[in-house]
Design a protein around this ligand. Structure first.
Ligand SMILES: [Zn+2]
Length: 600
């Protein structure tokens, strides 16, 4: 195959422009009805056909074998030249990225003032990446767009029309704007199938699906990727070949990770991820693929389907429905969205991915609100408003694993008169939740209320001491890791501290001492600074949930320039110890002052 598919199958007629028929038909009708505009703006993601449409327009206007339906013939010398992007007197393609200044625009304006080379020809200027033009350049063009010479057409193409809006709003009113559609996987598939058939090649259905997904809305990419697969040889495009050519991880590997999360086996994360790392997987891609899988699982849990699931996933995902509630999958997807930009820049991609999976595996699962309310019994009315963390959804967790419901936003450490009526129902929800993780005896509702009630005028500290906070969890590292999401949510809900809570979402609690010192590990010094700056808020959030939190230590996992390390359970432990020791001035002082023991 000498000619690349993307080039060979670039449309030559309006009718061939996949998906964008709304634009193609309008343009063809405008030519046929002699209602041609003089400036068009094609907006849309990359690979959706912006330049292609502009070229077909130029071909149609200058075709030497003009047809009744005003489609270009695609074969005449003029069509050929324009189609291939070759030099032409009348059709000029300009890349605005490298010709963005006012001088370029002035030159363009002057050239456009000359008439086309023939009576029946049109000058067409195709300006790609139009959002790159400077404000001054647009100003220089404004005049000619306002009073265009006859038989001159401008076709601007851009992926970012909002930038043109910002730089040159007046020119937008001089153009006819077309918004091109993103090309969905189903359309990409259909087009690929047509192309392959025309080439006399066959493809497995799953292989087409993988190519369509990888193309991510770009037809050009889909065809280039297909070229890549074909370069491996053979006449059939199989899923295996696509995987090999594009460096994709087998679906079963993704499913294995999903099962670790589903079956709550955080300890298995490390080996599974290490195996993928050994195969040289790209963690950015892996994260995106895993997010796709979570999304597919979500659609199955909700009783829907994704149009482009592989046969294997159609078969496998329903088996896992019982492990996941929709709310949990949504939370996981949110966490992926948060970590994604961070992961791309990180030198610790493997660790970030591992940490994320561990957090998924330890995630407190959504609990059916009705079930909780049944457990609460007659107190239900008072508690409803204060249990937002029990979001609606099916109960996915077996009873023994259910988390205590904690209504973080309503637990305030504000002075007692305000706090008392709010705290009481919260304590009640917790104390009577159907399953409890905490060992201490369940406090009776009345005593908790009484304790608060008899100290109405005391400050919060005194109130805390008067009423032992039995609604608090005993502090230990595993429990803290499990509840980390709640701490992050709590900081966010209570203080609207977005930077702090998003940093916390990427931080990992790595150690807790018997004396109540909590060590949080972050990836960079910048993150450490943010956490240190938010120490008071973070301590307050920790104290709202855990008993005996005394102080906070923030660690950076690897110093500047430190090599990324593999993380496993042993390493985590050693790391915690090493970190504590390196922290020695602080730690020694703390040990002396508070008589602490190191947990490890
Ligand atoms: Zn022609």
């Amino acid at each position: 195959m000498s000619l690349a598919l993307a080039r060979k199958y670039r449309p030559r007629r309006f009718a061939d422009v996949a998906v964008q028929s709304h634009v193609a038909n309008t343009l063809r009708n405008a030519i046929a009805g002699d209602r041609l505009g003089h400036a068009y703006l094609f907006c849309g993601p990359r690979g959706t056909g912006k330049t292609t449409l502009a070229r077909v327009l130029a071909m149609a206007l200058n075709c030497e074998a003009r047809r009744e339906d005003r489609e270009p013939c695609g074969e005449c010398a003029s069509c050929q030249r324009i189609w291939s992007g070759g030099a032409s007197l009348d059709v000029v393609e300009i890349d605005a990225a490298s010709n963005r200044g006012v001088d370029d625009a002035r030159e363009l304006r002057e050239r456009a003032m000359y008439a086309p080379s023939g009576e029946d020809r049109y000058k067409v200027y195709i300006i790609d990446e139009a959002h790159m033009l400077t404000r001054e350049a647009w100003n220089a063009l404004l005049k000619i767009l306002e009073e265009p010479p006859p038989r001159v057409v401008f076709a601007f193409a851009t992926t970012e029309p909002n930038k043109i809006q910002q730089a040159a709003a007046p020119v937008l009113s001089r153009m006819q704007r077309f918004d091109l559609k993103r090309i969905g996987p189903a359309d990409v598939r259909a087009r690929l199938a047509t192309v392959l058939k025309a080439e006399g090649l066959t493809a497995q259905s799953d292989a087409l699906g993988m190519l369509a997904r990888a193309a991510d809305g770009s037809m050009r990419d889909a065809l280039s990727l297909t070229d890549q697969v074909l370069s491996l040889g053979g006449t059939e495009i199989t899923a295996e070949r696509v995987r090999e050519a594009l460096g994709l991880v087998h679906e079963d590997e993704h499913l294995a990770l999903l099962d670790i999360v589903a079956e709550r086996r955080p300890g298995d994360v490390f080996a599974a991820v290490a195996r993928l790392a050994d195969h040289g997987v790209d963690f950015g891609t892996l994260l995106a693929d895993f997010a796709d899988l979570l999304r597919a699982q979500l659609s199955v849990v909700l009783g829907g389907t994704l149009p482009d699931l592989s046969e294997r996933l159609v078969e496998e995902l329903p088996k896992r429905v019982k492990h996941f509630a929709a709310g949990d999958l949504l939370r996981m997807l949110n966490m992926v969205v948060e970590i994604e930009p961070h992961l791309k820049r990180s030198g610790q991609q493997q660790m970030l991915f591992e940490t994320l999976l561990v957090r998924f595996a330890l995630l407190d699962r959504t609990i059916d609100l009705e079930q909780v309310l049944r457990g609460v019994g007659s107190g239900a009315g008072a508690s409803t408003a204060s249990a937002p963390s029990a979001s609606a959804g099916r109960s996915a967790a077996p009873p023994a694993r259910q988390a205590p419901i904690v209504a973080a936003p309503s637990e305030r450490v504000t002075p007692a008169p305000v706090a008392a009526p709010v705290v009481a129902p919260t304590a009640r929800v917790e104390s009577e939740a159907p399953a409890r993780r905490v060992a201490p005896p369940v406090p009776s509702v009345t005593s908790a209320r009484a304790a608060v009630a008899i100290t109405p005028s005391n400050g919060p500290e005194i109130a805390d001491r008067a009423a032992p906070r039995r609604d608090l969890l005993a502090l230990d590292i595993n429990r803290l890791a499990e509840h980390w999401d709640h701490i992050v949510d709590s900081v966010n809900a209570e203080h609207r501290a977005l930077l702090l809570s998003s940093t916390l979402a990427h931080a990992t609690p790595t150690a807790v001492t018997a004396g109540g010192t909590v060590t949080i590990t972050v990836e960079s010094d910048a993150h450490a600074d943010i956490l240190t700056g938010g120490e008071a808020v973070l301590l307050a959030a920790l104290r709202r949930r855990f008993d005996g939190v005394q102080k906070l230590v923030v660690r950076t996992i690897a110093p500047e320039g430190g090599a990324p390390r593999r993380l496993n359970e042993g390493a985590v432990k050693a790391d915690r110890m090493a970190m504590l020791r390196r922290q020695s001035p602080l730690l020694d002082a703390a040990v002396d002052a508070l008589d602490l023991e190191l947990m490890d």
